[in-house]
Ligand binder design. Structure first.
Ligand SMILES: NC(=O)C1=CN([C@@H]2O[C@H](COP(=O)(O)OP(=O)(O)OC[C@H]3O[C@@H](n4cnc5c(N)ncnc54)[C@H](OP(=O)(O)O)[C@@H]3O)[C@@H](O)[C@H]2O)C=CC1
Ligand SMILES: O=C(O)C1=N[C@H](C(=O)O)C[C@H](O)C1
Length: 259
């Protein structure tokens, strides 16, 4: 039985994670955390009767083995640091952590001899898309990403899009083309630019989480697309991560490390 804490448990993802964990006999939800919750309000939430509710990091009883985080970029860094320093293995689903924050967490994990996992996307379709994009980049160095999300998403570009761009850069053997004459007649018309990979972020009601990677070559094009139509699509990957994070050797980025 793996004991789990869910941070950000009242959010769209946190609530799904709570449901998945409580339904799995091999997992036990021992605590939940949100800085904004009143711990006296436990009855409002569908939590196991013995699940503890915390609203201050320094009050948390570190009896969980795994800390699952779906919060905010600022919160996730402090939360993961706290988890590592209190011997709970962090699985961070929260997007928007800077490269510097990730390096810092890797350092803290090493100092505390702890594992940890940052997962840009728990959806298997997205994990495959990212791997396929890395492969394609070897032959098609010219690529652009269009990510599409629900209108409530705080950060852009999405963590998945940034990670996809990083993998494309890793996978390509030549730089993409650059048009020296290019002029943006409206600011940011070409989107964000990660080492020559442009990222376009769409935010619309009705969408959940979707990504398209467009590759262009001489007289041909390749498009790879994945869709998460429901947040349920992230739960299988999260379940796998919770059950396998102890097998890692240190602090990793990407669900593929535990598949
Ligand atoms: N890796 C993946 O596969 C996926 C990642 N995500 C990412 O997960 C994150 C959460 O998304 P989503 O659930 O849609 O967002 P929500 O806004 O629905 O939920 C975020 C929750 O975080 C809580 N919160 C705020 N500050 C903190 C903090 N410091 N510590 C702990 N909890 C905090 C809020 O609490 P309260 O309600 O109590 O005020 C809120 O309920 C985002 O970064 C998103 O990009 C989303 C989907 C999939
Ligand atoms: O906010 C979301 O919804 C999602 N966030 C993650 C991201 O930023 O990539 C994962 C998924 O795209 C859903």
């Amino acid at each position: 039985m793996i004991k789990v804490l869910v941070s950000g448990f009242r959010g769209a993802m946190g609530a799904k994670a709570v449901k998945m964990i409580t339904a799995d006999p091999d997992l036990k939800l021992v605590s939940v955390y949100s800085p904004n919750v009143d711990p006296q309000d436990g009855a409002k939430y569908d939590l196991p009767s013995d699940c503890k509710i915390f609203n201050h990091l320094d009050e948390i009883e570190p009896d969980a083995q795994v800390w699952v985080d779906f919060s905010t970029p600022d919160g996730a860094f402090e939360n993961a640091k706290f988890a590592l320093e209190h011997h709970m293995v962090p699985i961070i689903g929260t997007s928007g952590l800077s490269d510097q924050a990730v390096s810092e967490l890797q350092k803290i994990a090493q100092q505390n001899q702890m594992n940890g996992l940052i997962v840009p996307n728990f959806g298997l379709s997205a994990v495959l898309l990212m791997q396929f994009a890395k492969q394609a980049a070897k032959y098609f160095p010219d690529a652009e990403i269009i990510e599409m999300h629900h209108a409530d998403k705080a950060d852009s570009p999405s963590g998945t899009a940034i990670n996809t761009a990083k993998l494309i850069v890793e996978g390509r053997e030549a730089d993409g083309q650059k048009n020296e004459k290019e002029i943006e007649t409206m600011p940011d018309a070409r989107g964000a630019d990660y080492e020559g990979v442009h990222i376009h972020a769409v935010r619309l009601p009705g969408y959940v989480a979707h990504e398209q990677v467009l590759f262009g070559g001489a007289g041909e094009a390749l498009t790879i697309r994945q869709d998460s139509f429901d947040r349920e699509s992230f739960m299988h990957g999260l379940n796998i991560a919770i059950k396998n994070v102890d097998k890692l050797d240190g602090f990793a980025v990407g669900l593929e490390n535990v598949l």
